[in-house]
Design a protein around this ligand. Structure first.
Ligand code: CAA
Length: 387
């Protein structure tokens, strides 16, 4: 067993840390307040090769491993989880789906610019359209229809809670193409954002990750050529589940970064804040909080690394990714709440960052599968292993 990072992994972590400090920290409070999309930050991420980190270099990616991706997600999330969620959806949901299931032509047309994060010098990212008003945790209850019209499919329906719903250039859309087959009737499609018949709803006014753009997207007789179907007809649910298993490692790393960001701020604050004649870090009430914060963070880090390692070494990582996601996101919620408590009144105002980190932490328990969904996945695997 080896707990050391490789030289390349350590370099990626340093590059991500530098990017976060130099380009995300300035203006992070204002972007959150105004819900301003972090376009300049995304363009920098594209230049760094961080939008297609695990994509084969033959398709414009950086060809890095999942551990490196996890480290980059962690560092950027310490400072700005709005930037990291856009990065995560592009890397682990959209690029991974195309890399694993796309045809050579689909990869040439769509994966290359997605991995490079740009096309014709414009930002080019993707969105993952699975959730619907009545198909959130119950993802197989898809109501969006894809009617097979021979050379093309006709898409009708509504998707919601779509990260990058407006800013993305291309969507991976899931739709039911045969209701009689249940989840085996769902297919996946690659649909450019500017296809006629697509309407993007108003930006959601969110509690956290406010700078990322979240929208509903509706499809009204949208024509999708057959060559834009991703994978075989009826394989959409399997694609969604496999891609989400990988995506959950990214969100676990995001939650880990949010927790670490709040912990680091708390550690500093506790050493400088004087109460009753000495720094509050000298009181056991605060020391026990800090000790529990860093212990839980370390446990979350181990689970994230285990899931990333399993993925990189070709093992089944769906159980580990759910464990990492549920534990890291609940750690993030707990640590950020304690961070606000340690900061007292200062923790309740925006300048000290921890209130934003607390709001950002909440969604990690919800998106890419709620904590309850992760526990379903974990328990199903546990029950299976006893048979
Ligand atoms: N890999 C491959 N196949 C899988 C799989 C996996 N990890 N998990 C399930 N499947 C297959 C099953 O084997 C089964 O196949 P058969 O019918 O051939 O046996 C089929 O899929 C159906 O599986 P289940 O019966 O387990 O499905 P279910 O309806 O009980 O649902 C669930 C399981 C885990 C709850 C799933 O619906 C789920 O993950 N829900 C949460 C959805 C989610 O994470 N949404 C996130 C939206 S994207 C997002 O949030 C992005 C963002 O903004 C940041």
């Amino acid at each position: 067993m080896n707990f050391e990072f490789s030289e390349e992994q350590a370099m990626i972590r340093t590059a991500a840390r530098t990017f976060a400090m130099q380009e995300c920290l300035p203006g992070v409070i204002g972007r959150d307040e105004k819900q301003a999309f972090p376009k300049a930050q995304m363009e920098s991420l594209a230049r760094l090769g961080f939008l297609g980190m695990m994509v084969d270099p033959a398709y414009g990616g950086a060809g890095m491993d999942t551990v490196s991706y996890m480290l980059a997600m962690e560092e950027i999330s310490k400072i700005d989880a709005s930037v990291s969620v856009i990065m995560s959806v592009n890397n682990s949901l959209v690029c991974q789906a195309l890399q694993k299931y796309g045809t050579t032509i689909q990869k040439e047309i769509f994966l290359k610019p997605l991995a490079q994060g740009s096309k014709n010098e414009e930002l080019y990212t993707g969105a993952f359209l699975l959730s619907e008003p009545e198909a959130g945790s119950d993802a197989s209850a898809q109501r969006t229809i894809a009617e097979n019209e021979g050379d093309y499919y006709l898409l009708n329906g509504v998707k919601n809670w779509i990260t990058s719903g407006n800013s993305a250039s291309v969507y991976v859309v899931f739709a039911q193409s045969d209701f009689s087959k249940g989840s085996s009737g769902i297919s996946a499609f690659i649909v450019p954002r500017n296809t006629p018949g697509i309407a993007v709803g108003a930006k959601e006014n969110k509690m956290g990750i406010r700078a990322s753009d979240t929208h509903s997207v509706s499809f009204n007789n949208v024509i999708v050529p057959k060559q834009n179907r991703l994978g075989a007809a009826g394989s959409g649910f399997t694609i969604a589940m496999q891609v989400l298993a990988a995506g959950r490692i990214g969100i676990a790393a995001q939650a880990l970064g949010i927790a670490e960001g709040a912990y680091e701020l708390s550690l500093k604050y506790a050493q400088s804040r004087i109460a009753f004649g000495k720094p509050i870090a000298q009181y056991q009430a605060i020391q026990f909080k800090l000790a529990d914060m860093c212990t839980r963070i370390e446990a979350a880090r181990m689970l994230c690394l285990k899931a990333a390692y399993e993925k990189d070494s070709g093992q089944d990582y769906s159980l580990s990714s759910s464990m990492a996601k549920v534990f890291a996101s609940e750690t993030a919620m707990w640590v950020t709440t304690e961070a606000v408590q340690i900061h007292g009144g200062y923790g309740y105002v925006k300048e000290y960052h921890v209130e934003r980190l607390m709001r950002d932490a909440k969604v990690t328990q919800i998106y890419e599968g709620t904590s309850e969904v992760q526990r379903m996945v974990i328990c199903r695997a546990a029950l299976k292993s006893t048979i």
